[in-house]
Design a protein around this ligand. Structure first.
Ligand SMILES: Cc1cc2nc3c(=O)[nH]c(=O)nc-3n(C[C@H](O)[C@H](O)[C@H](O)COP(=O)(O)O)c2cc1C
Ligand SMILES: CCCCC(=O)C(=O)O
Length: 378
C-alpha cells in the first residue's frame, strides 16, 4: 500500500481487483449521473483561505459525534453489499473503523448479518434501516440491532423508490453473482477476489435472506427492492420506528428545508444531508449546495451530518466549514475495501485524516470546532 497516496489510487486498485459488476455498482450513480457529478464539482468549487504564521503546532482532529468521542469528524456510511467487494467485507470495514476510532454503519443490505459483525468486532457499531412492507420483519430487525447492542439507528428515507443505475442493468449485477461467459472471464482474471469471497461467511444478504417473502427475486436487486420496499413510508412510520428503537436515531437522506424541519420534530438526534451519493434522484442538488440552508433551519435542534462526494480531508474541511458537525464517506472507503480489505479501509481513513490535519494547518486552525466559514475564500 506504500504507493497509495490518495483515494483515487484506491479506486484504481479496486477497479483492477474486483469484478466489473461490483466495481460499477459502487462507483456509478443513477440515470445521467448529474447529481453524482454535482456532488464532486460543487465541493471542489469551494476554495480555502490560506492563513500563515498562526501557531498550528497543537492540531487535533478529535471531536464528538452524538456525544461520543471520535478521533475525527468521520463516519463510515452504510454501504450495501460490502461482502461482494471483499469476502466478509462488512467485518473488515467495521474493524478498520473501530481501530481508527470512528463509527461504522452497517447497511440493512449487507452480506454479513448483524450477528456476524457483532461476533467479530470489539465495540458497538451503528445499524442502518430500510423499511420494507413486512413490518413484523422490520420490528424483528430492529430488535436484532438492539440485541447486538448497536449504538445508533440510521433510518434511510430516500430509497423507497429506487433510482435506476444503468450500469447495474448492463452488467447483470446480481447477488449472488449469476454465471455468464463474460463474468467467468472477468472472475478468472480476479482470483484473489474469488477466493476471498468464497472464504467469506456468506454470499447473499445476511440480514434479510430467509426472512422475507419473494426471495426467489432476491438475485435481481432492483426488482426485488421494488417488490419489498414500502412506498407508503411516511412521517408516521418514523414515529413507529422511534417508539421501538430506544437509542440514538439519525434520519438519513434529507435535502429539503421543510423535510429537515419535520425531521427535527421526530425526536431524532441527527439528520444526514444526503442525496445517497448521486444514486437516487438524478437532477437533485448536490448535498453541499443545500447544506447551509439546512444548518440554518435546524442546526440548533439536531446534529447535522453530511455526505456526498467526500474524497479527501479537504472535502471534510469544506463540509465542516459550511456547518456540518461530521461527514459520512461511502465510496471512499468502499474503494479501500475492494483494493485491500481491512488494510485498504484503514488506508482510506488514514489518508483523509492526514489531509484534514494538513488542511487545518494551512488554514490556521488547531481544533475541529474552530472550523467554520471564516476558512472559506469568497
Ligand atoms: C455502493 C453503495 C451502496 C450504498 N448502500 C447504501 C445502503 O445500503 N444504505 C444507505 O442508507 N445508503 C447507502 N449508500 C449511500 C451511502 O450511505 C452514502 O450516502 C453515499 O455513498 C455518500 O456519497 P459518497 O459515496 O460520494 O461518499 C450506498 C452508497 C454506495 C456507493
Ligand atoms: C437496494 C438498495 C441497495 C443499497 C443501496 O442503498 C444502494 O445501492 O444505493
Amino acid at each position: 500500500m506504500k504507493h497509495i497516496t490518495c483515494i483515487d489510487d484506491l479506486r484504481a486498485l479496486h477497479k483492477r481487483r474486483v469484478p466489473k459488476a461490483f466495481f460499477d455498482y459502487c462507483d456509478r450513480g443513477s440515470y445521467a449521473e448529474e447529481t453524482l457529478r454535482a456532488n464532486r464539482e460543487d465541493l471542489q468549487a469551494i476554495k480555502f483561505r490560506q492563513r500563515i504564521l498562526v501557531d498550528v503546532s497543537r492540531r487535533d482532529t478529535s471531536t464528538t459525534i452524538l456525544g461520543e468521542p471520535s478521533t475525527m469528524p468521520l463516519i463510515l456510511a452504510p454501504v450495501g453489499l460490502l461482502g461482494m467487494q471483499h469476502g466478509d467485507g462488512e467485518i473488515h470495514a467495521c474493524r478498520a473503523a473501530q481501530a481508527a476510532g470512528i463509527p461504522f454503519t452497517q447497511s440493512t443490505m449487507s452480506i454479513c448479518s448483524i450477528e456476524d459483525i457483532a461476533a467479530n468486532v470489539e465495540k458497538p457499531f451503528w445499524f442502518q434501516l430500510y423499511v420494507m412492507k413486512d413490518r413484523g420483519f422490520i420490528k424483528d430487525l430492529i430488535q436484532r440491532a438492539i440485541a447486538a447492542k448497536c449504538s445508533a439507528l440510521v433510518l434511510t428515507v430516500d430509497l423507497q423508490v429506487i433510482g435506476q443505475r444503468h450500469a447495474d442493468i448492463k452488467n447483470g449485477m446480481t447477488v449472488p453473482p449469476e454465471w455468464s461467459l463474460s463474468k467467468l472471464l472477468d472472475f478468472a482474471s480476479k482470483p484473489a477476489w474469488v477466493s476471498g469471497v468464497l472464504r467469506g461467511k456468506r454470499r447473499t444478504f445476511g440480514n434479510i435472506a430467509g426472512h422475507v417473502k419473494n426471495t426467489e427475486d432476491l438475485n435481481r436487486l432492483a426488482e426485488w427492492t421494488a417488490s419489498q420496499f414500502d412506498t407508503s413510508l411516511n412521517w408516521k412510520d418514523v414515529e413507529w420506528v422511534r417508539s421501538i428503537w430506544p437509542g440514538k436515531l439519525i434520519i438519513k437522506g434529507i435535502l429539503d428545508v421543510e423535510d429537515a424541519e419535520e425531521a427535527a420534530k421526530t425526536g431524532a438526534q441527527a439528520l444526514v444531508v444526503s442525496n445517497h451519493g448521486g444514486r437516487q434522484l438524478d437532477g437533485a442538488p448536490s448535498s453541499i449546495e443545500v447544506l447551509p440552508e439546512i444548518v440554518d433551519a435546524v442546526g440548533s435542534k439536531m446534529e447535522i451530518m453530511f455526505d456526498g462526494g467526500i474524497r479527501s480531508g479537504q472535502d471534510v474541511m469544506r463540509a465542516l466549514a459550511l456547518g456540518a458537525k461530521s461527514c459520512m464517506i461511502g465510496r471512499a472507503y468502499a474503494y479501500g475495501l475492494g483494493a485491500g480489505g481491512q488494510a485498504g479501509v484503514a488506508k482510506a481513513i488514514d489518508i483523509i485524516q492526514k489531509e484534514l490535519l494538513t488542511t487545518m494547518g494551512l488554514c490556521g486552525v488547531n481544533k475541529v470546532d474552530e472550523i467554520d466559514d471564516h476558512i472559506i475564500a469568497v
